[in-house]
Write a protein that binds this ligand. Structure first.
Ligand SMILES: Cc1cc2nc3c(=O)[nH]c(=O)nc-3n(C[C@H](O)[C@H](O)[C@H](O)COP(=O)(O)OP(=O)(O)OC[C@H]3O[C@@H](n4cnc5c(N)ncnc54)[C@H](O)[C@@H]3O)c2cc1C
Length: 347
C-alpha cells in the first residue's frame, strides 16, 4: 500500500478547496483498509475515506489519515433466459449481476452497463464520483435512486473488524441517506453489487424528461442515458471549469400542513410528491430568498442553479461554509424552513 505524509488534496476534490492531510493511503485492495486504519490508530489520528471528492468540503488541514479509494474491477454474471426482446437485445440474458470495485468511476460503470445492454442506471448518468460512494448518500437523479438497483454492499466493518456483505435492507436507504452516512466511522465500502435488466422499465416521469425523450430516441436505455447526460451538461456547471460539489443543499421534506400554508402564501412553490409529506425544491427557496447568482470575490451561488455553491477564486472551506450559512439563514427567515447541507464536511 502506498502512503504519503503531508499530502495535498486540492486536486482530489471538485470544489478545488486547498487542503492537506497528515497521511494519505492509496487503497488498491480491500486488504489495505484494515492495514491503513491500524496505521492511523497507531499514530493516534482519525481516518476518512475519500472517493472522487465530489461531495465533500475539505478543511485546509486534516490532522488525520485519508484512505483514498482505488479498488478496481467490474465483474458481470449473467442470469436468466435470452429472447423475447424487440429492441435488438434478444440474444442477451435477461439480467446481469455486476460486482463493482469501490474505486471505479461511477459514470464509466453506468456507461459500460448500458452499452452491454443492461438498463436501470441510465437516469443516474454523469453523476461524478466513485461507485463506492454511490450507496453512501443513495445517489439519485431524475426520479431514480441507486438503492433501487443495489443487491449488496461489501464493507469492512470496523466494529467487528471483518469484511461483511450487507443486504439492501441492512443499508437503511432513504433520501440522500443510508446507514453509511449515519455511521461514517464504522463502514468502508469495498464493492457494490447491482442487478440490472435488459427490460428495466424506463423512468421518464421527472419534469421535462418525457418531452426530451420522444418516441424516436427513447427506444433504449443507452439513448436515455445520453439524453440525461445532455440535460445535465446544460443545467449543471462542469466542476473542471467552475469548481463545485453539485447540489449543496438537500431538498427539505415538510409536512402537508406546513406545505399548505406555504402554498397559500407562495402559490408557485416548486415541489415534488413524497411519501406522506412534500419535498420542496431547495433551489426555488434559495432563488426566492434572493441568493441565486450572488458572488463575493471568492465564492458564490451559481447563476443558473441556485442549489449549487461555486468556488470562483480560491475560496477555502470557511468561505464556502460561511456562504452556505448565510443562505440557510435567509431561507429560514423567509420561509421558516431549515436547509440541510448535502456534502460531508471534513474538519
Ligand atoms: C456536478 C455535480 C453533480 C452532482 N449530481 C449529483 C446528483 O445528481 N445526485 C446525487 O446524488 N449526487 C450528485 N452529486 C454529488 C456526488 O457526485 C455524489 O454524492 C457521489 O456519489 C460522490 O462520490 P465521490 O466518490 O466523489 O465521493 P466523495 O466526495 O469522495 O465522498 C463522499 C462521502 O462518501 C464517503 N465515501 C466515499 N467513498 C467511500 C467508500 N468506499 N466507503 C465509505 N465511505 C465512502 C466519504 O467519506 C464522504 O463521506 C453531484 C456532484 C457534482 C460535483
Amino acid at each position: 500500500m502506498q502512503s504519503r505524509n503531508e499530502a495535498d488534496l486540492t486536486q482530489y476534490n471538485t470544489l478545488k478547496l486547498q487542503s492537506k492531510c497528515q497521511l494519505l493511503f492509496r487503497i488498491n485492495r480491500q486488504e489495505d483498509i484494515p492495514q491503513a486504519i491500524a496505521l492511523a490508530k497507531a499514530q493516534g489520528v482519525p481516518w476518512f475515506v475519500l472517493g472522487g471528492g465530489s461531495n465533500v468540503v475539505l478543511s485546509e488541514y486534516y490532522a488525520g489519515a485519508i484512505l483514498h479509494m482505488h479498488i478496481r474491477g467490474i465483474k458481470r454474471e449473467l442470469v436468466g433466459q435470452a429472447g423475447n426482446a424487440d429492441n435488438g437485445t434478444s440474444d442477451l440474458a435477461s439480467r446481469a449481476e455486476y460486482t463493482v470495485g469501490a474505486g471505479e468511476n461511477w459514470n464509466l460503470f453506468v456507461r459500460q452497463s448500458l452499452c452491454e445492454g443492461y438498463g436501470g442506471l441510465e437516469n443516474l448518468s454523469l453523476i461524478p464520483g466513485t461507485v463506492g460512494a454511490a450507496p453512501i448518500q443513495n445517489i439519485g437523479a431524475y426520479g431514480v435512486e441507486v438503492a433501487q438497483h443495489i443487491t449488496g454492499v461489501t464493507v469492512y466493518d470496523t466494529l467487528s473488524e471483518s469484511f461483511t456483505l450487507l443486504k439492501p435492507q441492512d443499508c437503511d436507504f432513504g433520501y440522500r441517506s443510508s446507514i453509511f452516512k449515519r455511521h461514517p466511522d464504522r463502514y468502508v465500502v469495498c464493492n457494490v453489487r447491482f442487478s440490472l435488466s435488459k427490460d428495466a422499465p424506463y423512468q421518464l416521469s421527472y419534469a421535462g424528461l418525457a418531452e426530451k425523450c420522444d418516441a424516436s430516441i427513447a427506444g433504449n436505455h443507452v439513448n436515455i442515458g445520453k439524453v440525461i447526460s445532455n440535460i445535465r451538461k446544460l443545467k449543471l456547471p462542469d466542476p473542471a471549469v467552475l469548481p463545485n460539489a453539485g447540489s449543496f443543499f438537500k431538498n427539505p421534506v415538510i409536512s402537508f400542513t406546513q406545505f399548505n400554508s406555504l402554498k397559500k402564501q407562495y402559490p408557485s412553490v416548486a415541489h415534488y410528491p413524497e411519501k406522506n409529506a412534500v419535498k420542496v425544491a431547495a433551489g426555488w427557496l434559495i432563488e426566492q430568498a434572493g441568493w441565486k447568482g450572488f458572488r463575493n470575490e471568492k465564492v458564490g451561488i451559481h447563476t443558473e442553479q441556485a442549489l449549487v455553491v461555486v468556488n470562483h477564486n480560491g475560496g477555502n472551506a470557511a468561505d464556502i461554509l460561511h456562504l452556505a450559512e448565510q443562505v440557510r439563514h435567509a431561507v429560514l427567515e423567509k420561509f421558516s424552513i431549515s436547509l440541510e447541507i448535502e456534502p460531508v464536511v471534513l474538519r
